[in-house]
Design a protein around this ligand. Structure first.
Ligand code: ADP
Ligand code: MG
Length: 256
């Protein structure tokens, strides 16, 4: 039996200062290597839940483990990579130096850092841009650098909060496809927050639908991941059926 990537047990979160209950009684386990999307109305606590997993926020009640450890320990061990909506790159470092940053912080030797960043640059299709600076790249390319950086230490878990939210539709679809290939190659589990139903359906093994404040798990839907990939999958009947199922779970059944 392999250990779960994340176990969330009766987690609640209240922001006392604002008098806001953001999360209530969240129960959710994410298996090693599993891709789970979180979707729900704005303000339902998706980012808060991700921040609790990443030890950037403490739960008010309940508990979370990451690979069987406390979130704090998992953070110290750098068990996960994080990519949020803003790429958050350091403008004064080259693309390669941005990708190598987590390795530098972990005292990885220079030659090994270089070999690793070379591989990651290839993985995200940016080999020709290693020596450029972030401001010289498009938004999609910057986001790919952020993903490469998140993968630098080969984390078994990726936490992603609307990472493609700022991208145009074509770039976004290409990034989704790349992400699936990358997580397949690295066997990483992913928790992926998104507003987009098709994005959630395309990427995920399971889609977790959350309800409006206080955020709760309203529904968990299993996706059909066997219907090919790329454009084929997006145009399959199973894909449309899943999109409809998620939409109805979010908004209730549409009339007519
Ligand atoms: P989502 O990501 O689903 O849009 P968030 O997790 O960002 O939602 O926020 C959930 C709720 O908690 C919102 O009502 C938000 O205003 C509130 N909230 C989030 N962070 C804080 C904070 N640091 N202090 C007070 N309220 C917060
Ligand atoms: Mg959010």
């Amino acid at each position: 039996m392999t250990i779960d990537a994340i176990v969330i047990d009766s987690v609640g979160k209240t922001f006392d200062s604002a008098g806001v209950t953001a999360l209530e009684d969240i129960e959710l386990s994410i298996a090693a290597g599993e891709f789970v999307a979180l979707i729900g109305p704005s303000g339902c606590g998706k980012s808060t839940l991700l921040r609790i997993i990443a030890d950037l926020e403490k739960p008010s009640s309940g508990s979370v483990t990451v690979f069987g450890k406390s979130p704090r320990q998992a953070r110290l061990d750098q068990d996960y990579g994080i990519a949020f909506q803003q790429a958050g790159l350091l403008d004064w470092r080259t693309v390669r130096a941005n990708i190598e940053l987590p390795l530098e912080l972990h005292d990885v030797a220079k030659a090994e850092r270089k070999a690793r960043s070379t591989h990651l640059l290839e993985l995200v299709g940016l080999s020709d841009f290693a020596d450029r600076f972030p401001t010289e790249l498009s938004g999609g390319m910057q986001q790919r650098v952020a993903i490469a950086r998140a993968l630098a230490r080969t984390p078994a878990l990726l936490l992603m909060d609307e990472p493609f939210g700022a991208l145009d539709e074509m770039t976004r679809e290409r990034m989704q496809k790349d992400l699936l290939r990358i997580v397949e190659e690295t066997s990483a589990a992913v928790v992926f927050v998104t507003h987009s139903i098709p994005e959630a359906v395309y990427l995920s093994d399971r889609v977790v639908v959350m309800s409006a404040r206080p955020g709760r798990v309203a529904n968990i839907l299993e996706m059909d991941t066997d219907s090919g990939d790329g454009a084929d999958r997006r145009e399959s009947r199973a894909f449309f059926e899943s999109v409809t199922a998620v939409r109805e779970s979010l908004y209730g059944r549409m009339p007519g």
